[in-house]
Design a protein around this ligand. Structure first.
Ligand code: TYD
Length: 211
């Protein structure tokens, strides 16, 4: 039986990575086979594309180039890691996936939600998340967390206005797909956020007869 694709989304500094790690530890403790991965990246080729995308020297990058590079990185990631793991019945936990492109490139960069969705549907060839956790944190709070951690990459160096658009963009997606996208207040204690995520995942596992 096909495995489960769980993705985590949210603005920079929303604590996705911490939550992804906690979720993976929880699932492994239950004896389930889990692959943890992230975007942009997750394969050698995708990590090379990631370096181009996040390099602060690349200020000249055209918005369309950016959108296509994220999609290219994703196409490789799906083909090499995500799809094979799902076919083996594994659970894949992915830190960011196509919703990031729809929000960052489609909405915040202004390329258009539908256009970016199309490029990405082509890239993922039907491989869609079963459930997506959206960690909601207002842009200023998220960026403060990030800046306190040190160096900013190309995207993190964008204006507060850009990050405000990202925040709004995620709310649009959440309203569009409430069945798949579960919004969680990331201002709460990490343990509380973790428990909320676990609750939804357990529900999904039951539906799949995996729990
Ligand atoms: P990452 O370093 O994983 O940042 P974070 O720790 O905040 O998740 O992601 C790099 C940046 O790339 C992040 O600012 C969001 C951006 N991004 C896009 O613009 N489009 C995409 O499709 C993806 C996956 C990420």
């Amino acid at each position: 039986m096909r495995g489960l694709l769980i993705t985590l989304e949210g603005p920079d500094g929303s604590g996705k990575t911490t939550q992804a790690e906690a979720l993976v530890a929880y699932l492994r403790q239950k004896g389930l086979q889990v692959v943890m991965t992230r975007e942009p990246g997750g394969t050698a080729i995708s990590e090379q594309i990631r370096n181009i995308l996040l390099d602060k020297q690349n200020q000249m990058m055209d918005n369309m180039t950016e959108a296509l590079l994220y999609a290219a990185s994703r196409a490789q990631h799906v083909a090499e890691v995500i799809q094979p793991a799902l076919e083996e019945g594994k659970i894949v936990v992915c830190d960011r996936f196509l919703d990031s492109s729809i929000v960052y490139q489609g909405i915040a960069r202004g390329l258009g939600l539908e256009a970016v969705q199309k490029i990405n549907e082509f890239a993922v060839r039907g491989c869609m998340p079963d459930i997506t956790f959206l960690l909601k944190i207002p842009p200023r709070a998220g960026l403060e967390r990030k800046y306190n951690q040190g160096n900013r990459d190309r995207l993190e160096s964008e204006s507060i206005d850009f990050h405000e658009q990202v925040y709004q963009g995620y709310q649009i997606l959440e309203a569009k797909e409430p069945e798949r996208i579960k919004g969680i207040d990331a201002g709460k204690a990490p343990e509380e956020v973790h428990l909320e995520i676990i609750r939804w995942v357990e529900k999904k596992l039951k539906e799949r007869g995996k729990s």
